[in-house]
Ligand binder design. Structure first.
Ligand SMILES: NC(=O)C1=CN([C@@H]2O[C@H](COP(=O)(O)OP(=O)(O)OC[C@H]3O[C@@H](n4cnc5c(N)ncnc54)[C@H](O)[C@@H]3O)[C@@H](O)[C@H]2O)C=CC1
Ligand SMILES: O=C(O)c1cccc(O)c1O
Length: 268
């Protein structure tokens, strides 16, 4: 059976907005919130990859005016925004380069979507949440925010900035009833990951680098987001939660280019 990270939450009456909600981890987050009773909106540049139990608003988070339009539409229709999940990000094959080979275009595009996109959505949403005196913002970061990987000169540093955004905004909004956290997944089976499997040494090698011996499933990341957005996490703000199958605890001592150093896999 595929792991689901399944837990019961009650999100009835809550309004949730997920960027990049049409596919991958974002789609799983939409599905989990909807299954627990929330009214869910997804913002995406693409059409849904699977059944989307959310209202899709077409929009590009790298454009401030589009973020403003999206937030205005959700508030107009649903009357509130209880949870924002900043999740839309790209990791194009052209970003797997040595730092001196990375193009200006790739760098600028990743900053625009992966960094400015999170900021614009938070800028627009924080105003709504401040008025409500309640809300939760979750930034989808990455295990690569915390430690290096091979040839990710833009993705990793920008992911680290997503973690710091959550810390900074979480402290600033703490007395406004608004919590802000980041989540740092290990490798998760999504279109984004599949597009970079060749650059990452293939799925088996990637799975073996996680102490649990496999990559994660999108619902397992969604489960962490639902918990962080719940009252069960009411004392958690301005921090990061790693949901990574043990990758972060293990990688520092491993040879990142070999599976031979894994526990139980070493002949010595
Ligand atoms: N898949 C993985 O192994 C990991 C993913 N993450 C992070 O999780 C998040 C989701 O990643 P995946 O689901 O794997 O990616 P994905 O590529 O499967 O899905 C991303 C979604 O964002 C949308 N999107 C892209 N640019 C957009 C824009 N400008 N405006 C609005 N929507 C846009 C895409 O159309 C797509 O539906 C990202 O922040 C990624 O960095 C973090 C750690 C591991
Ligand atoms: O894409 C990622 O963020 C990622 C995170 C941890 C491990 C990986 O292999 C990844 O591709």
């Amino acid at each position: 059976m595929r792991p689901t990270g399944s837990v019961q939450f009650d999100n009835s009456g809550r309004v949730v907005l997920v960027t990049g909600g049409a596919g991958g981890i974002g789609l799983a987050i939409c599905q989990a919130f909807a299954a627990s009773g929330a009214t869910v909106y997804a913002v995406d540049v693409a059409e849904p990859e699977g059944e989307l139990p959310a209202k899709l608003i077409s929009g590009d988070v790298s454009k401030r005016e589009e973020c403003r339009r999206v937030i205005a539409q959700v508030v107009e229709e649903a009357g509130a925004i209880d949870v924002l999940v900043n999740n839309a990000a790209i990791q194009p094959p052209a970003s797997y380069k040595a730092i001196d080979e990375l193009s200006t275009e790739t760098w600028d595009k990743m900053v625009a979507i992966n960094l400015s996109g999170y900021a614009y959505m938070a800028m627009e949403t924080a105003a709504v949440m401040r008025k409500q005196q309640s809300g939760v913002i979750v930034n989808m970061a990455s295990a690569q925010a915390h430690r290096t990987a091979r040839e990710v000169p833009a993705y990793g540093p920008i992911k680290a900035a997503n973690v710091m955004q959550a810390k900074q905004w979480g402290v600033e909004l703490a007395r406004e009833g608004v919590r802000v956290v980041s989540v740092s997944p290990g490798a998760v089976g999504t279109p984004l990951l599949r597009a970079s499997l060749a650059q990452q040494g293939g799925e088996e090698s990637l799975a073996n680098r996680h102490p649990l011996g496999r990559i994660g499933e999108p619902p397992e990341i969604a489960a962490a987001v639902l918990w962080l957005a719940s009252e069960g996490a009411s004392f958690i703000t301005a921090t990061d939660i790693e949901v990574d199958g043990g990758l972060g605890a293990f990688a520092a001592f491993a040879d990142p280019f070999s599976v031979a150093t894994l526990p139980g896999k070493n002949d010595c």
